[in-house]
Design a protein around this ligand. Structure first.
Ligand SMILES: Nc1ncnc2c1ncn2[C@@H]1O[C@H](C[S@+](CC[C@H]([NH3+])C(=O)[O-])CC(=O)[O-])[C@@H](O)[C@H]1O
Length: 330
């Protein structure tokens, strides 16, 4: 069974103390809800992941754990087969004792676009909302963060994260909690909060921005990355049905609309630091994610459009600072 004890041990002296009292029952409930799905099978696989302390660990320029020289060919093949049970691997890439997990997404490319613009993470407490397999959490640690907490309700992503953590060693101050953002109380605690690739999945984007704001200390930094469209501050696309074959896409604002939303939610120093059309090289099918990918979501005759005729995915990164609350707006 997945244990959250190292989370409690490492976080217990922090300003998050009051939250920790309610967490065990929430996490216990999550485990009970998933006990009839694939989770028990995945937990058995996790329990087989025992490896020597890695000779090399790099989180600064990639996520690489172990040079590969510590395992025999047979041991490496066994590791590869165990990790394959957690397919599809969407977010990465990872290099784990010589096993190269070529994921659907080049999440490292997103990180390289974002990291030059954020406040240095050195010694900061960080929350990554919708962290997926946790790829960016390791990179946050590589930038010197003191503690990284990721939340994501997906049991598969949790197990992928746990697999990497078991190989990296349990002492790293990085923790995954299987929660949705709506399950967090207002913690007012984190120095930096990331929400990357989540806002368009939320039915109420302004509430999402408030929920993110509630996790930050005053003066803390929000890093918000989401799908955008071209237009002015009143332009927002709400897809009629699917967007890029996804049935859970709600609001795609223009950059100016998004900046207005952040202003209205009492953020200051709001700036758009990157806008990027997702390339077919950044999101594609691989051996580790053999299902459909971006090329199948775009119009085969015009890749500037999705199969539904909407603008193809374009992502913006906005950075903003939490201000003192303006009581009139709440
Ligand atoms: N209510 C919720 N609360 C928290 N997370 C959620 C919720 N609902 C869905 N998610 C999670 O949000 C993530 C969105 S992916 C971004 C991954 C990473 N951040 C990336 O930037 O590559 C989208 C993308 O591929 O862009 C998924 O892992 C969901 O399980």
């Amino acid at each position: 069974m997945i244990s959250f004890s190292s989370f409690y041990k490492q976080i217990s002296d922090s300003s998050l103390q009051h939250w920790l009292e309610t967490l065990p029952s929430i996490l216990g409930q999550w485990q009970r809800e998933h006990k009839h799905g694939s989770l028990p099978k995945w937990e058995k696989v996790l329990n087989k992941l025992h490896y020597p302390e890695a000779d090399i660990i790099d989180f600064k320029t990639s996520v690489k754990i172990g040079s590969g020289e510590q395992l025999s060919d047979g041991e490496r093949e066994k590791l590869e087969n165990l990790l394959a049970i957690f397919k599809p691997w969407r977010k990465g890439p990872y290099s784990l004792h010589g096993v190269e997990i070529d994921t659907e997404w080049r999440s490292d490319w997103k990180w390289e676009r974002v990291v030059p613009h954020i406040s240095p993470l050195q010694n900061r407490t960080v929350l990554d909302v919708g962290c997926g397999s946790g790829y960016h959490m390791w990179r946050m640690l590589g930038e010197g963060a003191k503690h990284v907490v990721g939340i994501d309700p997906s049991p598969l992503f949790m197990c992928q994260f746990e697999a990497v953590k078991r190989i990296a060693g349990n002492d790293h101050p990085v923790h995954f909690l299987p929660l949705g953002i709506e399950e967090l109380p207002a913690l007012d605690a984190f120095d930096t909060v990331f929400s990357m690739g989540v806002l368009y999945h939320r039915r109420s984007p302004i509430d999402h921005i408030y929920q993110l704001r509630d996790q930050l200390r005053t003066g803390g930094e929000l890093v918000l990355e989401t799908l955008v469209i071209d237009g002015d501050e009143n332009t927002v696309l709400v897809p009629k049905d699917r967007y890029g074959k996804m049935n859970n896409v709600w609001f795609l604002p223009s950059v100016d609309a998004l900046m207005l939303w952040l202003k209205k939610c009492d953020f200051t120093d709001i700036r758009c630091v990157d806008v990027d059309v997702t390339s077919l090289a950044e999101q594609r099918s691989t051996q580790w994610m053999p299902n459909e990918s971006l090329v199948d979501y775009l119009d085969p005759n015009d890749v500037s459009l999705t199969v539904e005729g909407y603008p193809a995915p374009k992502r913006a990164t906005i950075i903003a600072t939490k201000n003192q609350p303006n009581k009139d707006l709440i």
